[in-house]
Unconditional design. Structure first.
Length: 819
């Protein structure tokens, strides 16, 4: 078993001491924030010993390591999660109780480190948790943004973005490591030097600007195994000391510029989710952390080894989407220019080290950098990309003589752009999608030419989530119940054991306990909603939840149009029985995504009308939860009855929220998209509510110019009615223009897009019918309880532990370690 981490008395003493030395206060005098800090430092104390021991083990055993490179790590709060993974949560809670401190209140003092947008960033965080838990050597590599994802306020129904100054009270868990700082260079020109003696050519970057990348290390605590891995996020500092050097030399301008460059680079996370923005600063961010991370990785390797050809035996780089794919060319640069290898050697190493994960097929998310911008900022890296492209196209022409169409589609450099995905595929030894359907679409549609040329690179790794955060921490009641019913806590590291719950699926008593827990979690969420939104919701109503980033393809608009339809029904047929429902939304819209913001406003407008209509007796409530983030997500998943996963089929690469709902016993109401397909496969279609066009049907329509929404509009009076209500003032205090753009988007081609691009009207009737099936199922309490329980029981596949095992076995080939 586990050695006790916390001697209760010593821990209490330490907390008391910390409050004294940090704040010169007693426990009674300290503010909750100060207590949070004091407790966190005491917890960090305990982590540090394991951290040191883990790193010492790595030093000794020299295992192969994965560098998970990502622009985003959406970690969520550390304190509670660290205690869970140290298996010390309950003891610490007790110890604090004895000091008169409520651990939950302290946890709420911690700002969510929100260094990510949504799915891709949270996936990276789940992967780090699983890597540490399974005992693999891993580094997360990223950026220490001064401002993470913005905080969302809703003012007058509109989203307002507020800066997220998450570091303002310091960060107890991080460690600054100035001794590992690296210089990163931008711009200037490349001088070619020929060395007569060696016959070698050297490429020297001149007139560049540079910054100092300074790493901050963040402990990643494995579950119950003393492994502590590292997330290394980079801060930028000016390289020239402003006062003493440049200023005195009169080079004032350059000094100011470098100061600004350093400040700007890590200032803020781009809040775009699934959308490319060709901003120079974004490219600077990418190169900044990639270059620093690679310099550090190669230096680390060289401390122990001198044969660079064997680098692939000790490290693998996983590129989280195309955002860090400049790593390909940067590694080449380091090997060619700094390590003096020849092209063939450098290429052999690079192509054995780099692997790429694709997270989207949406055209607007593909990174294509203008060549002039790219080559100006990264002149040497650009030269290298030219050479990679040149050699690759020779191969294409060899394999497909005369097929210039292939060349056009597969080139890395084309039409004045650098296509990052193409570079990642050409250089990577592995290309993976994130759910089976998504990978199939990549192979046979989007990346077909590449798949035909190099099928061996393509593979699928269906996403997963960590049950430690999303069940043990987020849903302690259900967590304890599962442990009791299974007679073991081993599901914490082996989620397939959940299938043992199936035997309770017809046990009345067990089902009642299960639903009682759901009810208590709904009460907890109702309290949160009352405190944060001032709206009262009834925990006996069906909690129907859609929480995720706001995007047209995710179809929050379909959901709210359906709410408008239900409201019409209730008003028109007050005599008809209607099971009370609460529709809960949570979503941030990218700051510049106007239409997404209109949808948020619409949801809030519908909420205002519906929630204040006394005539419907509270049968329908609509709630928009402000500032959806990891910490409130944990509470929301635990309380959900219905999981809305209604993206236009083929558009959602995987989804991971869908898995978190399933884990917490909420059946999926969704399309056959992303990982929903595999969820249904695990739980059985009778335990989900599936509707709508298939991905093949969607793709077919798309290839044939779409469909005619007027067919539906004219043929279905219920649809026509809600669409008209967008412009008749019902939800806009008589303003007919407020939602005109949404109205137009459904019926007319706009900005070169097809009408109803996301098939909202086309799928509306099928969605409404699926919602009717939800209501019927919910009325039958036993049937519903069984369905809900079976969702929890069948979620085993969706642990990120399973995903990581697959990455390790099929891509990374890491050595297992024990501390
Ligand atoms: C790109 C260029 C410039 C600025 C921003 C971006 C950018 C940022 C974030 C592009 C895309 C993203 C995020 C994508 C994302 O979260 N994708 C989701 O990844 C999940 C994990 O694999 C999947 O489950 C989701 O289906 C997918 O949408």
């Amino acid at each position: 078993m586990y050695s006790p981490r916390f001697d209760k008395r010593a821990f209490k003493h330490e907390v008391t001491e910390n409050v004294k030395t940090l704040f010169r206060k007693t426990i009674e005098e300290a503010t909750p924030q100060q207590l949070y800090q004091a407790v966190s430092y005491a917890v960090k104390e305990a982590i540090i010993d394991d951290w040191i021991a883990t790193q010492r083990t790595y030093d000794k055993e020299d295992p192969k390591m994965v560098y998970y490179m990502s622009m985003e790590f959406l970690l969520g709060r550390a304190l509670g999660n660290n205690l869970i993974n140290m298996t010390a949560y309950k003891e610490v809670k007790e110890a604090l109780d004895e000091l008169g401190i409520d651990l939950n209140l302290l946890e709420d003092q911690e700002p969510d480190p929100a260094l990510g947008n949504g799915g891709l960033g949270r996936l990276a965080a789940c992967f780090l948790d699983s890597l540490a838990t399974l005992g693999y050597a891993a580094y997360g590599c990223g950026i220490r943004y001064r401002y993470g994802m913005f905080k969302q306020k809703i003012e007058n129904g509109y989203q307002v973005e507020k800066p997220d100054n998450w570091l303002k009270n310091g960060n107890p868990f991080e460690l600054r490591r100035p001794e590992y700082a690296k210089e990163v260079r931008f711009g200037g020109n490349i001088r070619v030097e020929y060395d007569d003696k060696t016959g070698k050519t050297h490429f020297v970057q001149e007139n560049y600007e540079s910054v100092l990348a300074v790493p901050y290390d963040y402990p990643i605590v494995g579950y119950n195994n003393h492994v502590v891995n590292t997330l290394r996020i980079w801060d930028a500092e000016p390289i020239v000391d402003f006062q003493l050097e440049s200023f005195d030399r009169g080079d004032y301008h350059k000094a100011v510029e470098q100061q600004n460059l350093a400040k700007n680079i890590v200032e803020v996370l781009y809040p775009n989710d699934n959308h490319y923005a060709g901003k120079e600063l974004r490219l600077k961010q990418q190169y900044f952390f990639v270059s620093a991370s690679l310099q550090a990785a190669v230096a680390k390797y060289k401390r122990k080894h001198d044969d660079l050809m064997k680098l692939p035996e000790k490290m693998v780089i996983q590129m989280n989407d195309t955002h860090p794919t400049v790593a390909v060319a940067e590694l080449m640069r380091i090997l060619l220019d700094e390590e003096d290898l020849g092209w063939n050697e450098a290429w052999e190493i690079t192509t054995k080290v780099c692997a790429y994960t694709n997270h989207t097929i949406m055209a607007e998310a593909l990174e294509k950098w203008p060549i002039d911008l790219f080559s100006r900022l990264l002149p040497r890296v650009y030269q290298i990309i030219q050479e990679i492209d040149r050699r690759f196209l020779i191969q294409v022409r060899e394999q497909y003589p005369g097929d210039e169409n292939k060349v056009r589609k597969m080139a890395i450099l084309r039409d004045g752009q650098v296509r990052m995905a193409n570079m990642a595929i050409v250089a990577g030894f592995s290309v993976n999608g994130v759910a089976r359907l998504h990978t199939e679409i990549l192979k046979h549609q989007e990346l077909r030419d590449f798949y035909e040329m190099m099928p061996q690179k393509f593979n699928n790794k269906t996403n997963g989530i960590t049950q430690r955060r999303f069940l043990m921490h987020g849903n302690p009641l259900l967590s304890d119940w599962v442990t009791e019913k299974l007679g073991t806590k081993d599901w914490a590291t082996d989620l397939s054991l959940m299938s043992g719950l199936k035997k309770w699926a017809d046990d009345k008593e067990a089902l009642k306990e299960f639903m009682d827990i759901k009810y208590r979690n709904k009460e907890r969420l109702a309290k949160y909603i009352l405190e944060h939104n001032g709206v009262e919701v009834d925990p006996r109503s069906i909690f129907d939840v859609q929480v995720k980033r706001l995007h047209e393809y995710k179809r929050q608009l379909l959901n709210i149009l359906h709410v408008m339809y239900l409201y019409n029904q209730i008003k028109e047929h007050p005599e008809k029985s209607f099971y009370p429902r609460t529709f809960i939304f949570g979503a941030k819209a990218s700051a510049g995504y106007i239409r997404a913001k209109q949808i948020i406003k619409l949801i809030n407008s519908v909420a205002e009308v519906v929630n204040n209509d006394r005539s419907i007796n509270g049968k329908l409530k609509v709630v928009f939860i402000e500032d959806y983030k990891v910490s409130n997500a944990e509470i929301i998943f635990a309380a959900a009855d219905v999981s809305e996963q209604i993206s236009t089929a083929s558009k959602e690469a995987s989804g991971t929220g869908n898995m978190k709902f399933m884990l917490n016993g909420a059946p999926t109401l969704g399309t056959m998209d992303g990982a929903n397909v595999e969820i249904v496969e695990e739980v059985g279609i009778e335990n989900a509510f599936i509707f709508g066009l298939s991905s093949d049907e969607v793709i077919n329509f798309e290839n044939n110019g779409g469909y005619d929404p007027y067919e539906i509009y004219n043929g279905d009076p219920d649809v026509r009615r809600v669409v008209e209500q967008l412009v008749d003032g019902t939800y806009s205090h008589g303003d007919h223009e407020m939602y005109r753009d949404l109205y137009n988007s459904l019926l007319k081609p706009t900005d070169g897009n097809r009408a109803d691009m996301y098939f909202i009207l086309k799928d509306f009737r099928a969605y409404a019918q699926a919602q009717e099936r939800v209501e019927a199922a919910y009325r039958d309490r036993d049937r519903w309880a069984k369905m809900a329980l079976l969702n929890t029981a069948c979620c085993g596949k969706f642990s990120s532990d399973r995903t990581i095992r697959e990455y390790v076995d099929e891509i990374w080939h890491l050595d297992h370690i024990e501390v």
